[in-house]
Design a protein around this ligand. Structure first.
Ligand code: GDP
Length: 297
């Protein structure tokens, strides 16, 4: 299960305080040492951990908290609040263009779950926001990527635009948007190519697509199971493309938590959705407060 180790260690660190009627500064420092180790072990970025620990300590070590009637409870609430804040505070939503169609670009490394997530988002916005999406197959390099998107389109009973793999992705994106206008589709989801690693050719291609498609959203899809790698990938994609949000996939696996807790702080971009399985309805908006509760158990 996701966050299992982290939850257990944070709970251990905090139960000691919970039981105490009186909490000293030394007690808080000891708890925070344990919290720090728990976060580092969960593969949270070390700078993020440092800032988090400083913030919580600063708020917790004050006469107002320590001399209060239930200091333990208050400190636990501070940890909860700051965890929520770390993940962005508010729930982020999709930006729709005032002038349809809204264009959404899906980007990410191969295997992160980009194509599947394109289908999941199409399904989500149709169900929840009454949108009529068109899926556009602009990954012409990975064998079977186009067919995979067509299969997803069939499962969802949703149209998929393709020009095969002999036309440039930029042209596919452009024609895809024209097709959406022609057929009255108000949302275009462009599935772009990924690579095994971040490389310059890929970034150039994605920038070119961005230029002509003028997307309202660029969703970066990252695999939560890859921990700090996911955070580094998010950082480079964001530097090159200025993404608008992150979708964290495979949160149904036994991820330690590092990516979920670090991405917002390292990139400044919100996690907008999380993927919790292979099925096309296994996608949920990301709620920082609920995630903090889940992590604290
Ligand atoms: P792409 O190369 O980035 O387009 O990745 P795909 O969409 O082909 O996904 C790669 C694999 O990850 C597939 O087997 C997907 O079913 C799987 N996958 C995607 N999202 C999730 C998720 O949230 N949870 C789980 N368990 N598997 C996922």
């Amino acid at each position: 299960m996701a966050f299992e180790g982290l939850t257990e260690r944070l709970q251990n660190a905090m139960t000691k305080l919970r039981r105490k009627g009186k909490v000293s500064e030394a007690d808080v420092r000891e708890m925070m040492r344990e919290v720090r180790l728990a976060l580092l072990e969960a593969d949270v970025n070390f700078k993020v951990v440092k800032e988090f620990v400083n913030k919580v300590s600063e708020r917790a070590i004050g006469t107002e908290v320590l001399d209060s009637l239930s200091p333990g409870q208050q400190i636990i609430k501070i940890v909860n609040d700051e965890l929520t804040e770390l993940m962005g505070g508010e729930t982020a939503t999709i930006n729709y263009s005032v002038k349809p169609p809204t264009v959404v670009m899906m980007v990410g490394l191969q295997g992160a779950g980009k194509t599947t997530t394109a289908g999941k988002i199409a399904n989500y916005v149709r169900k929840n926001d009454n949108k009529r999406p068109l899926l556009v197959a602009a990954d012409i390099y990975r064998p079977a990527a186009i067919q995979q998107l067509q299969t997803i389109g069939n499962q969802l009973d949703m149209p998929v635009f393709t020009l095969g793999d002999q036309v440039s992705p930029v042209e596919i994106a452009q024609k895809g948007i024209e097709e959406a206008v022609r057929t009255g589709r108000d949302l275009v989801l462009i599935d772009t190519a990924g690579r095994l690693h971040v490389d310059e050719n890929l970034m150039t291609e994605l920038s070119d697509i961005k230029k002509i498609a003028e997307p309202s959203e660029i969703f970066l899809v990252v695999d939560a199971m890859t921990g700090q790698d996911a955070v580094n990938v998010a950082k480079s994609f964001n530097e090159q493309l200025d993404v608008t949000g992150v979708v964290l996939t495979k949160l149904d696996g036994d991820t330690r938590g590092g990516a979920a807790l670090s991405i917002r702080s390292v990139t400044g971009k919100p996690i907008k959705f999380v993927g919790q399985g292979e099925k096309l309805d296994a996608l949920e908006p990301f709620h920082p407060d609920r995630m903090a509760n889940r992590i604290l158990g």
